[in-house]
Design a binder for this molecule. Structure first.
Ligand code: ADP
Ligand code: MG
Length: 280
């Protein structure tokens, strides 16, 4: 059973969403995503895969409120998304943590940027608890340069989750990590997300990561991105606590299916920088 069929509420609903960018220099429009209809349910872990440039980051930016729809709608808890908000938090591939701040100070940042109506003592307490939840207890006063890449990304995750956002938007968060660290962080993220009932939209280039983490995997076609297929990952959790999920009977078949979809898209891609005929 996954979040999509256990009766949980729709959280993010995109209907016939089309969007893109105005290329000012060329005075053209670049269409990034076309006619996306997709629902993210509360508590669901949705993974997006697809060739480079297909619009995955754009989709996350639409949810974050940084990119606006040209056509169609995108709603969050039933209301059109207008701008950024504390209910949606981002985790970035390059961690985006501040080198001049300690771990604790980095994790406190969201409370400084926006008033969450809680006392200073309480924010300190929550930051410490979150740092411990991501396995960094004892490193509160360390600076980023004293940490490994995996530890830095755990700071990034703690900073995103400390305010208990409704959804975590993760853009290839483990893309810069070595394979072993990546596996460790996948397991820790699964545990964190399961414990918190956190909704996640997660971008990856790795089919194995998609199967390890996703309740569903949405395969996006090459640009302009459309949804090629949504694949359900019907493997029980926790998948990673015990290590090997590759031994699961469904794993091989899922992997093959996702690979064939992604390969199709990657090799079918046309390398066009700008849409012909579209004038801004
Ligand atoms: P992905 O994350 O799947 O690699 P993106 O969403 O980053 O893809 O990009 C989709 C398309 O939109 C690409 O063709 C990219 O060049 C273009 N694009 C992304 N961001 C911008 C921007 N800020 N301005 C203009 N074009 C952009
Ligand atoms: Mg991207």
């Amino acid at each position: 059973m996954t979040a999509s069929d256990n009766g949980s509420r729709p959280l993010i609903v995109a209907e016939n969403l089309t969007c893109g960018y105005e290329l000012e220099r060329e005075r053209k429009l670049l269409t990034a995503l076309v006619d996306i209809t997709l629902t993210v349910h509360e508590g669901e872990f949705l993974v997006l895969v697809g060739p480079s440039g297909c619009g995955k980051t754009t989709f996350i930016n639409v949810i974050a409120g940084l990119v606006k729809p040209w056509e169609g709608t995108i709603t969050f808890e039933g209301k059109p998304i207008q701008g950024t908000g504390p209910n949606r938090a981002m985790v970035f591939q390059d961690y985006a943590i501040m080198p001049w701040r300690t771990v604790q100070q980095n994790v406190l940042l969201p409370f400084e940027l926006r008033d969450h109506g809680i006392s200073k003592d309480e924010t300190q307490r929550r930051a410490r608890a979150m740092i411990s939840d991501v396995g960094l207890g004892g490193f509160e006063d360390s600076y980023p340069h004293e940490l490994s890449g995996g530890m830095r990304q755990r700071v990034g995750i703690a900073r995103a989750m400390v305010t208990q956002p409704k959804v975590l938007l993760a853009d290839e968060p483990f893309g810069a990590l070595d394979a072993m660290t990546r596996e460790v962080l996948q397991g820790q993220l699964e545990t964190l997300v399961m414990n918190a009932g956190q909704t996640v939209v997660f971008i990856t280039h790795s089919i194995d990561e998609a199967i390890a983490l996703g309740d569903r995997v949405a395969v996006i076609s090459h640009r302009p991105g459309t949804i090629r297929e949504i694949v359900e990952v019907d493997i029980p959790r926790p998948r990673l606590a015990e290590g090997e999920i590759t031994g699961h009977p469904k794993h091989g078949e899922l992997r093959e299916h996702l690979w064939s979809l992604v390969k199709d898209e990657a090799f079918g891609a046309k390398d066009v920088a700008v849409d012909e005929g579209a004038e801004a």
